[in-house]
Design a protein around this ligand. Structure first.
Ligand code: NAP
Length: 526
């Protein structure tokens, strides 16, 4: 269920929030501590009127002290009196902090009002969260534990604390940006409901989103007990177009699947959550591609050679790592490939690794130029080692060779590798649109210029190349292609999950094994 926190100063303001989100919410939490003195007096003198004022929704009342993230400025006796008054009204639930005496709880029970016992932690995560939840549930109360999380390690502990609890008898949520997943996946973590705030209103707690965003952007209502979960991990992640892309396809194909964005600081801790939930497919973006290559249970050749993994798919309980940037990058280049004999790769990050491997394994000599020359040198030597392995294992295949240079000093060397220039740095990407990584290089119009940045669709470098008469390929094409390959893999993982449910196949934990050929190069199972 979705609960809207009413943080307005007046009942009129709160009524407007209810009206705005009526179609998305199941219950509201009236924050008595945030009401103006006049509004609080009016509510306390006639609490029964709240039903008319906030019609058609279940009502939770609470009155938070500053230590619980609230704004109550009166004394404790007065706070208890305000809460007591509310019991004679239209409240369905009353939220009482753990340390509030049982007197109010007894009075609430007598009037048939549901009890929520809560703890809000803004410092560090408490130890023994399981035991705390047990204590909060005393007497059949709904236990609520809201804790500020500072990263995935905290979120993983939170998820672990509810992994074996019966659903619907608790609410556990992580406050702050990293805790968003505990709000989006509230149902899957057994929480009775998730809390939201109206857009533009005072946020009742850090990290809340508004109900419409929860429903329309994050597909909250579509997440059922059996829904297959997918997502993208990165930091930052807000800019990612992947949720829009994959969710629209899941809906088009009528699959019971949802794809969510996860801001992740530590992939190792995230993977323990992914295995618990579980997630059936994960897109991996900056800065986690190298870590994903390490943490996958199995990897294909391309991931082993590049050390970069942008896709994890779950098969029989194991995460298989692959890199769809490689086929995604090559696809838009196909019409030009025959005419290209050598290429310059600008940049030596995760994406450059996929690009370099795609070109070298197709027999192209590449020059890798980067601001940090050591990274360019490391990538070139990794690619030369990969080329030797390819040559020794695949008869008749002649891979290319890689050399390296520093930017901007090596700009003049580009001329010898100019039939294709691939821009792979984040220079030119929003918010650095005014950045051109090779400002000293003059295009002569013969180059094919491929900028893999896709926000904005046309970068400064692309405009300059176009003006010089070059053929230009946009990163948006690569994004579409790599996402299409990824979607195909997610669909396979989805159907494998459905089949395992049908025949009762148990998932199992496995050891790392190498699987050789990339899964996207194998025929589709449909
Ligand atoms: P990454 O691993 O963080 O690497 C960033 C690269 O950019 C490094 O080579 C870095 O150089 C360089 N760089 C950053 N700022 C720079 C500046 N001001 N001047 C010169 N060089 C600079 O990131 P990544 O995963 O490789 O991603 C890079 C870009 O590719 C991003 O914009 C990403 O969105 C895009 N991408 C697009 C697609 C697609 O489908 N179209 C797929 C993957 C990635 P140093 O080594 O010196 O720091």
């Amino acid at each position: 269920m979705i609960c809207l926190c009413l943080t307005g100063k007046t009942i009129e303001e709160n009524r407007e929030y209810v009206r705005r989100y009526r179609d998305c919410i199941d219950l509201v939490e009236l924050r008595l501590d945030l009401l103006s003195a006049a509004a609080l007096d009016a509510v306390c003198s006639n609490p029964a009127r709240l039903a008319e004022m906030l019609p058609g929704v279940q009502l939770i009342v609470t009155c938070r002290r500053p230590s619980d993230g609230g704004a109550w400025s009166g004394d404790e006796r007065e706070r208890r009196r305000v809460l007591r008054d509310m019991l004679d009204g239209a409240s369905d639930w009353i939220d009482l902090e753990d340390d509030l005496s049982d007197e109010l709880e007894i009075a609430a029970r007598e009037r048939g009002v549901g009890i929520i016992r809560s703890i809000h932690c803004f410092e560090s995560l408490p130890d023994n969260m399981g035991r705390i939840l047990d204590r909060l549930s005393r007497g059949g109360a709904l236990a609520k534990l809201a804790v500020a999380v500072s990263g995935m390690e905290d979120v993983a502990r939170l998820v672990e604390s509810v992994a074996h609890r019966a659903p619907g008898r608790h609410i556990v949520l992580g406050m702050g940006e990293y805790g968003l997943m505990t709000r989006l996946l509230a149902g899957r973590l057994g929480s009775a409901w998730t809390y939201t705030s109206a857009r533009g209103a005072v946020q009742a707690a850090p990290g809340q989103v508004d109900p419409r965003t929860l429903v329309e952007r994050f597909g909250f209502r579509r997440i059922g007990e059996q829904t297959a979960l997918f997502g993208v991990v990165g930091d930052p992640i807000a800019h990612s177009r992947s949720p829009e892309y994959h969710n629209s396809r899941f809906q088009r194909d009528n699959l019971d699947a949802v794809y969510l964005p996860f801001r992740v600081d530590d992939l190792g801790h995230f993977m323990s959550i992914a295995r618990t939930l579980p997630l059936h497919g994960i897109s991996v973006t900056v800065p986690h591609k190298a870590a994903a290559a390490e943490l996958a249970d199995r990897t294909d050749d391309a991931v082993q050679e590049t050390g970069a993994c942008n896709t994890l798919i779950r098969e029989h309980g194991l995460y298989l790592g692959t890199n769809t940037d490689i086929p995604g990058f090559l696809q838009p280049l196909r019409p030009y490939l025959d005419a290209i004999d050598a290429a310059t790769i600008v940049g030596a990050g995760g994406a450059a690794r996929a690009v370099a491997y795609a070109l070298v394994s197709r027999g192209m000599d590449v020059l890798i130029v980067n601001r940090t020359v050591l990274r360019a040198e490391a990538l070139a030597s990794d690619m030369n080692r990969a080329a030797e392995r390819i040559e020794s294992t695949r008869a008749g295949v002649r891979p290319g060779r890689a050399s390296s240079g520093a930017l901007p000093e090596s700009s003049s060397d580009i001329a010898g590798f100019r039939s294709l220039i691939v821009q792979t740095t984040s220079c030119g990407m929003e918010p650095n649109e005014k950045c051109d990584p090779i400002p000293h290089y003059r295009f002569d119009g013969s180059e094919v210029v491929y900028d893999i940045v896709y926000t904005p669709a046309t970068t400064m470098l692309m405009s300059r190349a176009e003006r010089a008469g070059c053929r230009v390929i946009s990163g948006a094409l690569m994004f579409e292609q790599q996402a299409a390959v990824q979607y195909d893999l997610f669909r396979r993982s989805y159907w494998s999950y459905q089949r395992s449910r049908d025949d009762g196949t148990r998932s199992y934990d496995g050891v790392r094994r190498d699987i050789g050929r990339a899964p996207w190069s194998r025929p589709s199972e449909g």
